[in-house]
Design a protein around this ligand. Sequence first.
Ligand code: ASP
Length: 399
Amino acid sequence: MNLSVKIFIALVLSVIVGLIAGAEGLPFIKWWIAPIGTMFINLIKMMIVPVVFFSLVVGITSLGDTKKLGRIGAKTVGIYLVTTAIAIAIGFAVAGIIGPGVGSDFVAGQQPKVKEAPYIMQVFLDMIPTNPIDSMAKAAILPTIVFALFIGVGIVKVGGERAELLIKFFDAGAEVCYKVIGMVMELAPYGVFCLLLPVVAQNGPKVLLPLLTVIACVAVGCTIHAVGVYSTMARVFGGHSPVDFFKGMSEQMMIAFTTCSSAAALPVNMKNCQEKLGVSREISSFVLPLGATLNMDGTALYMGVCSLFVANVYGVPLGFDQMMMVVLTGTLASIGTAGVPGAGLIMLAMVLQTVGLPLEGLALVAGIDRVLDMFRTCVNITGDGAVSIVINESEKNAA
Ligand code: ASP
C-alpha cells in the first residue's frame, strides 16, 4: 500500500478512536500514545538543520555562478509575495461570503496571553547569525539559510580542486540526509496516528462547533487557493495535472497537516518535489527551505479570515483601507512567521493591532487555532512546492 494512503488511514483512525475515547481516555492517551507521536516528530526535527544546511550549500554550488543565484532568488521571492497577497484576498472573499462571527453573541473572554509580535526589522536583523553554530543548535532556520548561502557562494568563488572536495562532501551529506528522511517516513502512519489522537480526544466535536464558520472559511479558502492557484501554476508551468501535483505533494501535506509545522514538513517536501515532481535538486534545495520560512500563504489567508471574523464579532466595520492594510501587514507578518505550530496566532496579534481591531479577539481564535493551523500549514508547504515547479521550469527555459 502506498505510504500516503497508509497515512490517510491513520488519520481517519485517529479521529474515530479519538472521538470514542473522548476525555475519559485522555490521561491514558497523553501518557502512552502522545509520546510516540512526539518521538516521530523528533526524528523529523532531527533532520531539519542537516538537510537545510547540506542541501542548500549543494544547491548553490550546483548553480555554479552567483548571477544565476541572484536571478532565481529574485524570481522566487517575487512569486512568493504575489501568491501570499492573493491568499489574503481569497481569505477576505470567502469570509465576506460566509460571514464568520456575524450576529454572534460571543462575549470576549479574558485577555489572551500572547507573546508580543516581533518588530518587523527585528525579523531581518535576526536573519544574520552572529554565531552560526548557535543558530543551528537552536534550529533557527533563517540564519542557517543565510549562513549556508554564504558558504555556498564562498565555495563557488574558491572554485577549482579545493572546492571540488567540499562540493563532494556536501553532496554526499545531502544524499545521506535524504536516505534518513526516507527511513523516518516509513514510520509516518504510526506517528500521525499518535499525534492526532490526543488532539481529537481533547477537543472532541463540541469545542469546534461554535467556531465552525471560521474553520469552514479557512478550510474553503485554503482549498480554493491550493486547487485554484497552485495546481494551475503546476499545470501551466510544469505540465503536471492536478492529480499528479497533489499526489506528489500528498505525503508532505499530511505531515504538515498533522505536525502544524512547515519546518517539520520541509525534509519530506524536498525529497518528494525532487523524486515525484521532477524539480531539480539545485532548485528545490534553494526554493523550498526559503519557502518554509518565508512563504506562508495559508497563514496569510488565515489572517484575512480572522481579522474579518474579529471585526464581525466586535461589530467593528472593516473599510477598504483597513483591508488593504491587512493585506500589507498580513504579507509581512506571514514572512516573519516561523514554520512552527501556533506561530501564526502570535503574528495575528500584530495584524489586528495595526488595523485597530480588539486584541481580545485572539482569545476566540486561540481556542481553535490548532485546527486552523492544520489547514494553513498544509497550504504553506504546498505553495512552496508549486513555486519550486515554476522556478524549475523557468530556469530550464532560461538555460
Ligand atoms: N504552523 C505554521 C507553519 O509552520 C505557521 C503558522 O502558525 O501559521 O507553517
